[in-house]
Each structure stands twice: as structure tokens, then as C-alpha cells.
Design a binder for this molecule. Structure first.
Ligand code: FAD
Ligand code: DHB
Length: 392
């Protein structure tokens, strides 16, 4: 098989790249090792920056998002038993975020690609990428035990943190920067109306908690737990008890309980590789970087990468110039590091660190007090949360 761009991974990065290339008349093939059902049901992120929403709407994949997405113009920071609203609309000149599940984004993009005659091949095995240091890279894989090969001009490694593209790059090319946090998030999806109209990020001495939602009937909740926590140690009753404690306010705010329909533990890590490219192989999204989820940035950063990559590839086919391709990594990393900084900052402000001494605890409270009482500090949080402007 021959195509212009071979894409490994049908997550938000791979599918959005394929969609953007198609709109510019460039052919691609996406291969994915999981089934379509699996990727379309995998519960992950839920917050879309304004720029991600605009891109989906402008490129014709925003119909369901506009119909069922929940537009929010603020969040609450809760500490010492009191809530403090950060008003995004006021602080950013009317901007906001949209609550729309990642698997819905994946569904919309997959539907659009297949409806346009695009190739998204699921359930492939034994994927390898080769010869990307020259002009004729190729991807090999198996389907139902038959060997397949895709020859292409470029390979996009959109295969997530545990994918094969990054580790295939020869030793010595990439430098990795990493921080692993001494905690994880236990997340649940519960069949109950959200207890608040907006997201609540709570700093409590027992640990962080987050109230989010998916729809008027579905609540998404997270609580900080130990990094090696076993999900079996958390029966539903223990989860609810802990959530009630961490969200408690002096004015007796009430968290509504419902049937837990999904449960999982997510590790927390900050990770970046530099550069994000090697010859004609370009890494995008989680394949190149991971942020802790506290800033709700992972999915949005993946989309920002492929915007830059699509533009560079389009420019190459239009003019023959590799200038934007050569600068891909440098362009992306400016945003990546700012988003890393924000995600690390939100994480450090809101979580319990077991080695926190009294000084650190006071400093954390001062940070929250500052961010909820200074317009300048609140504005900085708001402009990062709704999404920094795209440099294009
Ligand atoms: P992915 O979505 O990981 O897509 C990569 C795709 O490549 C996957 O479909 C995978 O199956 C496929 N793949 C992997 N290896 C191969 C291979 N060898 N061959 C072919 N295909 C392959 N972010 C938030 O903002 N908030 C959250 O609450 C949140 N929760 C998360 C929970 C979990 C368990 C995880 C893993 C991530 C979470 N994230 C969250 C991060 C966010 O979901 C990611 O940043 C986002 O999915 C990145 O998109 P991507 O397309 O780069 O990677
Ligand atoms: C959600 C996830 C996040 O990581 C976050 O910061 C806010 C909301 C969510 O899944 O809804």
C-alpha cells in the first residue's frame, strides 16, 4: 500500500491529523492496534479548550459537540471549606471551555474519516516503523496474521505514551525530561446529575478531589490516591465517603451519589522528549509528552501538535519547502513547555504531598489565597486554562 502520510495511532492526535490532511487534499492511512469499539468507549479526558472546539467546528466535525457539549465560563477552587470562583469570561474577554468526552471526539473524527473514504485500519498487530532517516519510510504490521506494508513520505507517531514510534528512534537522538508524582488519581463515572454547574478543584488535607461531569445525568469525579493503589481496595462506599470529606464546605454543600458505572486509576507524570522528530518521523501528542491531568491539557496539547504538523506537511506538498517541517519540534515545544509549567503548577498547588512540611502547606494555602484574590494571578490561571493562543 502507498500513501503520503502513514499515521500510527487512532487517538485524537492521529485522527485529527488525518482529518486536517484530507481537507488539504493529502492522503493518509491510520493504523490502530485496538478495536474501533475499544477506542470509542475508552473513558479519558473531558475538557476542550476554546481553540480545540473552534478547530472542530471550523473543520466540519463539531455538530455533535455543539449539540451536546457543555460550555463553561468558570471553575471553582475549593480550600479551607470555602469555594472561590475563577470567572474565565470576565478574565479572558469572554472565553470558556467545553465539557465533551474524549471518546466522543474520537467517534466524531473516525466517522468523518470513514465517511470521506479515509482509511482507518483497526486491530493491527506487530507494528514497526522503518527507514525514516531516508526518503522512503515504511510501516509494517499484521492483520489476521497477514503481513502488510505501507510505503509513505512521512510517518506520524501518534501512538501515545506506550507506543512503538518513540522507542524506535535510535539512541542518542532524543533527550527525555521527566517528573513522576508520588500520587495517582482514582476516577469514577456516576449516574447522577452533577452537584455543581461548574468544575470544582478541591485542595483538602486528605488529598485533592475534582468534581467534573459528562452530561446533565453523568458526573465524573476524581480523588488523589497512592500511586500503587489497587482499585479493589476502593469499594464504592469508600470512594463516596472520601469524596464527601474532601468536598465538604462550611455551608454544608452536598455531593449527590449515584451508581458507579466506571472506575479507574491514572498515574501522574510530566514527560517531554526533545526533539519531537527524527528524519521523516514526527511524534505528536502523548507519544512525545505527558502532562499530569490537573490542568486538563493532554488532549488539547495533542490537537495543538497536529495542527502544527499538518500545516508543515501541507506547506511541503505545496511548495517543496521543508522549512516548517524542520521547525516542527521547535514550534511545538514552545507551547509544550508552557503547558507543562501550567500542569505542574496546578498539580503542586492542589495535591497533598506526603513530605509536605508545615512550611509547604502554608505556602500552598498562600498560593490559593493569592490566585483567588488577585486579578492578575486569577487572569494567569484563566488564560492558561482556556488555552494559550495558537502561534499560527
Ligand atoms: P492516545 O489517545 O493515547 O492515542 C494513541 C493511540 O495509539 C491509541 O488509540 C493506542 O491504542 C494506539 N497505539 C498504541 N500503540 C500502538 C501501536 N503499536 N500500533 C498502533 N496503534 C497504537 N487528560 C486529561 O486532560 N484529563 C484526563 O482526565 C485524562 N485522563 C486520562 C486517563 C488515562 C488512562 C490516560 C492514558 C490518559 C488520560 N489523559 C487525560 C490524557 C489524554 O487522554 C491524552 O493526552 C490524549 O489521549 C492524547 O492523545 P493522543 O492521540 O496523543 O494519544
Ligand atoms: C476532567 C479531567 C481533568 O483532568 C480535569 O482537569 C478536569 C476535568 C474530566 O475528565 O472531566
Amino acid at each position: 500500500m502507498r500513501t503520503q502520510v502513514g499515521i500510527v495511532g487512532a487517538g485524537p492526535a492521529g485522527l485529527m491529523l488525518s482529518h486536517l490532511l484530507h481537507l488539504a487534499g493529502i492522503d493518509s492511512v491510520v493504523i490502530e492496534n485496538r478495536s474501533r469499539k475499544y477506542v470509542e468507549e475508552r473513558v479519558r479526558a473531558g475538557v476542550l479548550e476554546q481553540g480545540t472546539v473552534e478547530l472542530m467546528v471550523e473543520t466540519g466535525v463539531g455538530a455533535r459537540l455543539e449539540q451536546i457539549g457543555l460550555v463553561h465560563h468558570g471553575i471553582e477552587l475549593r480550600f479551607n471549606g470555602h469555594g472561590h470562583r475563577i470567572d474565565f469570561a470576565d478574565l479572558t474577554g469572554g472565553k470558556g471551555i467545553t465539557i465533551y468526552a474524549q471518546h466522543e471526539v474520537v467517534r466524531d473524527l473516525t466517522d468523518a474519516r470513514l465517511a470521506a473514504g479515509g482509511q482507518v485500519i483497526f486491530e493491527v498487530d506487530d507494528v514497526i516503523v522503518r527507514d525514516f532517516d531516508g526518503p522512503k519510510p515504511f510501516i509494517r504490521y499484521h492483520t489476521d496474521s497477514a503481513a502488510q506494508q505501507i510505503e509513505c513520505d512521512f510517518i506520524a507517531g501518534c501512538d501515545g505514551f506506550h507506543g512503538i514510534c518513540r522507542p524506535t528512534i535510535p539512541a542518542g537522538v532524543l533527550t527525555a525530561f521527566e517528573r513522576v508524582y508520588p500520587f495517582a488519581w482514582l476516577g469514577i463515572l456516576a449516574e447522577v446529575a452533577p452537584s455543581s454547574d461548574e468544575l470544582i478543584y478541591a485542595n483538602h488535607e486528605r488529598g485533592f478531589a475534582l468534581h467534573s461531569m459528562r452530561s446533565p445525568q453523568l458526573t465524573r469525579l476524581y480523588l488523589q490516591c497512592a500511586p500503587d493503589e489497587q482499585i479493589e481496595a476502593w469499594p464504592d462506599a469508600r470512594i463516596w465517603e472520601e469524596l464527601h470529606r474532601r468536598f465538604a464546605t462550611r455551608d454544608r454543600w452536598k455531593l449527590s451519589e449515584g451508581t458507579v458505572v466506571q472506575k479507574g486509576i491514572t498515574e501522574m507524570r510530566s514527560f517531554v522528549v526533545e526533539p519531537m522528530q527524527c528524519g521523516n518521523l514526527f511524534l505528536a501528542g502523548d507519544a512525545a509528552h505527558i502532562v499530569p491531568p490537573t490542568g486538563a491539557k493532554g488532549l488539547n496539547l495533542a490537537v495543538a501538535d497536529v495542527r502544527v504538523l499538518a500545516r508543515a506537511i501541507v506547506e511541503f506538498y505545496r511548495s517543496g519547502s521543508r522549512e516548517l517541517l524542520n521547525r516542527y519540534s521547535e514550534t511545538c515545544l514552545r507551547r509544550v513547555w508552557k503547558v507543562q509549567r501550567f500542569s505542574w503548577w496546578m498539580t503542586s498547588m492542589l495535591h497533598r504531598f506526603d513530605d509536605n512540611n508545615a512550611f509547604d502547606r502554608h505556602r500552598q494555602m498562600a498560593e490559593l489565597d493569592y490566585v483567588t484574590s488577585s486579578r492578575a494571578a486569577a487572569q494567569s490561571l484563566a488564560e492558561n486554562y482556556v488555552g494559550l493562543p495558537m502561534e499560527d
